[in-house]
Design a protein around this ligand. Structure first.
Ligand code: GRF
Length: 202
């Protein structure tokens, strides 16, 4: 039986890249039957690009030029990403909302990670907002989700995986962030493994 070639992943990051590192390590160890063929960042100083370079993977900075509007920038970016022929585009700490001029080129193939449960705390500073809601007695738990990005909605789309994270009375924002990131690393690797292992259509 012909062995299926490993799935091709393109990862988009904007910052530190600890979730990218979890994917890099899992692809390297074979835990995920895939390979990361390129990493893009809208921030040239993103440490995620350095992680890609250290792993010998093309690391491409794509800062948004002032003279391009969002849709033009996304269209240009989608061309660069498409040239890498990805099976999946993974948004791992990518802090821009992609417009349809990007998404329409990868239907059903863009996956995002968000540090909150579905429907809760969309947008930025989700961990901090959850911690504040806990301090006000509004919630007892938060979590992490991985979802498809079918349209320009913010941190909402068909959920591929989620995990609840209890908030503890003794938690500080920092200890909660640590547990959320650890949960993200596990969940993202698990979801991407499932996608890469299954037929490459969801
Ligand atoms: C993660 O918490 C992710 O969910 C959010 O941004 C953070 C990126 O972390 N969108 P890192 O750059 O992967 O360490």
């Amino acid at each position: 039986m012909n062995a299926q070639p490993p799935a091709r992943l393109v990862v988009l990051v904007s910052g530190h890249g600890s979730n990218l590192q979890a994917l890099l390590d899992a692809c390297q160890s074979g835990a995920i039957p895939a390979r990361i063929v390129a990493v893009f960042s809208n921030r040239p100083d993103a440490y995620g690009l350095e992680r890609a370079r250290q792993a010998g993977i093309p690391a491409i900075a794509v800062p948004k030029p002032r003279d391009l509007d969002r849709s033009e920038y996304d269209a240009a970016l989608s061309g660069q990403v498409e040239a890498c022929q990805p099976d999946w585009v993974i948004l791992a700490g990518w802090m821009r909302i992609l417009s349809n001029s990007f998404l329409e080129r990868f239907p059903g193939r863009v996956v995002n990670l968000h540090p909150a449960l579905p429907g809760a705390f969309p947008g930025t500073h989700a961990i901090q907002r959850a911690f504040e809601a806990f301090q006000q007695g509004a919630i007892q738990a938060t979590g992490v989700m991985v979802h498809l990005v079918p349209d320009e909605g913010v941190d909402n789309g068909p959920v591929l995986g989620q995990e609840e994270v209890l908030i503890l009375p003794e938690d500080t924002l920092e200890t909660l962030e640590e547990r959320i990131h650890a949960c993200e690393h596990r969940l993202l690797v698990d979801v991407v493994r499932r996608l890469a292992s299954s037929d490459r259509a969801v």
